[in-house]
Design a protein around this ligand. Structure first.
Ligand code: S3P
Length: 448
């Protein structure tokens, strides 16, 4: 687990053109869900392309602790022998979800309507994040919970012995909260309904339908209304995890700001609930094209080609797009530093409660490296300096946040002086091959 080991100071030095193909790892959101839904099905789910990052490996261990059999073949194929909806066993010990908000929140939902008790913990980052957003709705099903002040981990959940279904409007745009409620709804009789005012990533809905659940999603005036029939028998699946658009963001953004670059990032899912960054980059004038656009497993997929883009312009990012690019604002703020003019990002309060306060972490690191940033509770503005004019030279704090560490490594590829981070170890949570992959394209990353 990240943050439990020795920090890895890293630096990124100005490099020549980035060239070649970037085969990024499997999607983190879909990887967690493959393991958890597989564990709630009856029979054997087979998964290829699973992201083998620390976050997902922690979820695999958690599923074992709840009684599922989880094995990995030498070739990287994973097998999950599920215990069925309502079949989770009580874990013998504390469940450590490491750095992963997705892992812990989905698992809390999944166990909340089974008559068992489980205690959850994580690293310093996860243990500082709000969990009331999950414990509030699962209480409506009949689950109880005791945690630390502010609804923080470590936390014990006592699952509902006699769950009732729930109708719940999520108070913030969060796929994790939506998913926790839907997973709790699986073992409640009757219909559980989740309403979200702004649509968030819909992997849970699509995948539960694939596992045979009766789930519908309708866009109405009050928002997206998702209805799930409880107590289905989930049927095991064969899952090919697509490559992660959130990981693709790093080589794509790096190519846009490093002179002479031309990088192909093949097989990236462009599910509209995830692809907001790429639209935003194109709005900024990025030379980013979708090649070989096709459909796979009902989802749009393309090979992304990103080329050095010397004339990027700052824009106002449409707030309605925020949910579809929520994890990409840190690296977008790096690209914005190399654009001409202001990039304005509003309606992004959720960034304050990710693996770190991502507005705070990026704003202070960008400022140290010579970029002006203004910020408020739910907005920030990056004052772009234009290509060839970003000083760099400072060490940033990664705050146990993989995306903060990777964003500053991308920044250093094009600043005048190198950019460093105090600790690059969290990168292993989502993108364990980041250094090799970026180095293979021509980046100059060093462990200091
Ligand atoms: C995720 C949802 C998002 C995202 C996270 C993955 C998911 O979190 O930031 O990296 O897989 O459901 P929120 O639900 O907190 O927005």
């Amino acid at each position: 687990m990240s943050g439990h080991g020795t920090p890895i100071p890293m630096s990124s030095h100005k490099c020549g053109p980035l060239k070649g193909e970037a085969h990024v790892p499997g999607d983190k959101s879909i990887s967690h869900r493959s393991l958890i839904f597989g564990a709630m099905a009856v029979g054997e789910t087979v998964i290829t392309g699973l992201l083998e990052g620390e976050d997902v490996l922690d979820t695999a261990k958690a599923m074992q602790a709840f009684g599922a059999e989880v094995n990995r073949d030498e070739d990287g194929t994973w097998h999950v022998h599920g215990v069925g909806v309502g079949g989770f066993a009580e874990p013998d010990n504390v469940i450590d979800c490491g750095n992963s908000g997705t892992g812990v929140r989905l698992i809390m939902g999944a166990m909340a309507t089974t008559n068992i008790t489980a205690t959850f913990t994580g690293d310093a980052s996860l243990n500082s994040r709000p969990m009331a957003r999950v414990t509030d709705p699962i209480a409506l099903f009949g689950a109880t919970s005791v945690g630390r002040s502010g609804g923080r981990l470590p936390m014990t959940i006592v699952g509902a012995a006699d769950p009732v279904p729930v109708r719940y409007t999520t108070p913030m745009p969060s796929a994790q909260v939506k998913s926790a409620v839907l997973l709790a709804g699986l073992n409640a009789p009757g219909e559980t309904v989740v309403i979200e005012k702004e649509a968030t990533r819909d992997h849970t809905e699509r995948m539960l339908a694939g596992f045979g659940a009766d789930i519908t999603s309708v866009d109405t005036e009050e928002g997206r209304v998702i209805t799930l029939k409880g107590r289905p028998e989930l049927k095991p699946q064969t899952i090919v995890v697509p490559r992660d658009p959130s990981s693709a963001a790093f080589p794509v953004c790096a190519a846009l700001i490093v002179e002479g670059s031309d990088v192909l990032v093949p097989n990236i899912g462009l599910n509209p609930t995830r692809a907001g960054l790429f639209e935003t980059l194109r709005d900024m004038g990025a030379d980013l094209t979708y090649e070989n656009l096709r459909e796979e497993g009902g989802e749009p997929v393309a090979d992304l080609r990103a080329k050095f883009s010397p004339n990027l312009k700052g824009i106002e990012v449409p707030p309605a797009r925020a949910a579809s690019m929520i994890d990409e604002y840190p690296v977008l703020s790096v690209v914005a530093s190399f654009a001409e003019g202001d990039t304005v990002m509003r309606g992004v309060k959720e960034l304050r409660v990710k693996e770190s306060d991502r507005i705070g972490a990026m704003a202070s690191g960008l400022r140290l490296n010579g970029v002006e940033v203004e910020d408020g509770d739910d907005w920030w503005i990056v004052k772009g300096r234009g290509h060839g004019n970003v000083p760099g030279g400072a060490t940033c704090v990664s705050h146990l946040d993989h995306r903060i560490a990777m964003s500053f490594m991308v920044m250093g590829m094009a600043t005048e002086a190198p950019v460093s981070v105090d600790d690059g170890s969290p990168i292993a949570t989502s993108f364990p091959i980041f250094e090799d992959l970026m180095g293979g394209l021509g980046a100059d990353l060093r462990r200091d």
